[in-house]
Write a protein that binds this ligand. Structure first.
Ligand SMILES: *Cc1c(COP(=O)(O)O)cnc(C)c1O
Length: 495
């Protein structure tokens, strides 16, 4: 029996994994979730002996049950190969008593590569399985890292096109340069005069536009999503939590069955939700520590039970977390609402209409696995400087938010459970803010001199991803207003 996927906003829709991956979003704007979370059902001492690709197979085969073994192995082996700069794929480093899961060794040096290296393969295999003849148009909104990782994954993949919208002034210089220099005949990158939430809403509106869907179908196109709302991104993200836990066993840091905490710098709530699913599969997790920057809508939600996006939006040094609508939270809300699609839909409608919703005290009890907190801009910079001075380890700005929040958690709770911290980007991607945190004097340098200084300071070689953009030509120059997004898509596709 196949594991089917149902929608958070419909009691009736049920589809196979490959359909869910192709569709991206479910009916009525809902998100797909598996009917049950499969159990890992394997001794962690055995998992500790496995390579990353083997753990990936273990997890993916349980979730994507309509894929054959050959299909999954094809996807996994093409995704997790020499594109990564280390054979381990995900190194786990002990720094000042905590364990940093380095998720940034892929092609674009951000953790988005972990899922977006495999998504194009999952997507094209899914299209074949379902006899899809249309060209798949990947439509994506990005706060910086998804865009480049998706572009790198889908560039020149036959049968696909990829369109990326990013907030023109809301991404780091390296992030922007990485995107606008993207090669590939099937790529289109557009800056918008707006923020990430507006980009994401614009994209969601296009997904839900039935009239647009019909016209696209007539021309042989259909949309899919590379955003973390796609189950094809969420499932591959479960893998590295199980893998890094088992690495701790292998290194003798813990015994199989010992609990760990997992700290995740959070924006759209995808990465931490994957950790939660790992827990539900049987990973021994004590607390899931949800770290926010000054856009602390999740911290306030965990504290008060009210989700309220009506607030000032801050551009911070961790732009990939500058988000006020954390899309994947809907999957958790649906669950704590007792898997009740109507209840969840009512809350999401309230979010769309009034920008807020309240959960009941009973629902709030369902959040007990999570601890939320945030760091200010100063606290984030301080975390970078302190860890550098203590351990000569340079954190990127997003991971620094996680590190700062974990320190707060430890001081508050005195909990000394071993803790994994998801490191979501290489410091090279956010070199100005990182170097400024270490010493203000670096701020006078221009972007690439800063990068050379970072190499001296961190003693970590400049990644290929950075060298590639030094002299790369700008290819994508389009900028549009928020309300022109659909128009740009129609022009590009010739509708
Ligand atoms: C996307 C991203 C995040 C946030 O992850 P979510 O899954 O959206 O919560 C954190 N850090 C970096 C560097 C990212 O690119």
């Amino acid at each position: 029996m196949d594991l089917l996927y149902k929608s958070t906003r419909s009691a009736t829709e049920k589809v196979t994994a490959s359909k869910a991956i192709l569709n991206g979003l479910a009916e009525n704007g809902g998100l797909y979730i598996p009917e049950t979370i499969p159990a890992l059902d394997m001794d962690f001492n055995e998992i500790a002996k496995m390579k990353y690709q083997e753990v990936a197979y273990l997890v993916l085969s349980k979730f994507l049950t309509d894929f054959t073994k050959d299909e999954l192995e094809y996807c996994i082996n093409n995704a997790y190969d020499s594109k990564f700069d280390t054979e381990e794929i995900v190194p786990v480093k002990k720094v000042e008593g905590t364990y940093i899961i380095e998720l940034f060794h892929g092609k674009t040096i951000a953790f988005k590569d972990m899922a977006l290296s495999i998504l194009p393969y999952l997507m094209t295999v899914s299209a074949k399985k379902n006899n899809i003849k249309n060209e798949i148009v990947i439509l994506t909104a990005t706060s910086g890292d998804t865009g480049k990782a998706a572009l790198a994954g889908f560039a020149d993949v036959p049968g696909t096109k990829i369109i990326v919208f990013y907030p023109k002034d809301g991404v780091s210089p390296v992030q922007k340069k990485q995107m606008v220099t993207q090669k590939g005949d099937n790529t289109f990158v557009i800056g918008i005069n707006g923020n990430f939430d507006q980009a994401q809403t614009g994209v969601k509106n296009m997904f839900n536009n039935k009239e647009l869907k019909t016209r696209m179908n007539e021309k042989g196109f259909q949309f899919s999503s590379a955003n973390s709302i796609n189950i094809g991104r969420l499932v591959p993200q479960i893998v590295y939590y199980i893998y890094s836990y088992s690495k701790l066993i292998k290194n003798g840091a813990i015994k199989a069955g010992d609990k760990v905490n997992i700290t995740v710098p959070t924006g759209n709530f995808g990465n931490i939700l994957a950790a939660y699913y790992a827990k539900k599969m049987g990973l021994p997790v004590n607390k899931l520590i949800c770290a926010s920057n000054e856009n602390k809508v999740l911290f306030d939600f965990f504290t008060s039970g009210t989700y309220d996006k009506n607030r000032e939006f801050y551009l911070t040094s961790s732009p990939s977390m500058d988000i006020l609508i954390s899309s994947n939270l809907e999957r958790l809300i649906y669950e704590i609402a007792g898997y009740d699609a109507d209840k969840n839909t009512a809350l999401m409608n309230s979010l769309a209409k009034d920008g807020k919703y309240d959960i009941t005290p009973a629902m709030k009890e369902g959040l007990a696995d999570f601890y939320g907190n945030y760091t200010s801009q100063e606290e984030t910079a301080k975390a970078i400087k302190e860890l550098y001075e203590k351990a000569s380890y340079v954190l990127d700005t997003h991971t620094a938010v996680a590190y700062g929040v974990y320190e707060k958690y430890k001081n508050e709770t005195k909990d000394d459970t071993p803790t994994l911290i998801a490191s979501t980007a290489s410091p090279y991607k956010f070199s100005r803010d990182v170097m400024k945190a270490i010493d203000e004097k670096y701020d006078s340098l221009e972007d690439f001199s800063l990068i050379d200084e970072l190499e001296k300071v961190s003693k970590v070689k400049i990644p290929d991803a950075i060298n590639e953009i030094r002299n790369a030509k700008v290819i994508h120059k389009t900028v549009c207003e928020v309300d022109e997004m659909q128009n740009e898509v129609e022009k590009y596709l010739g509708l």
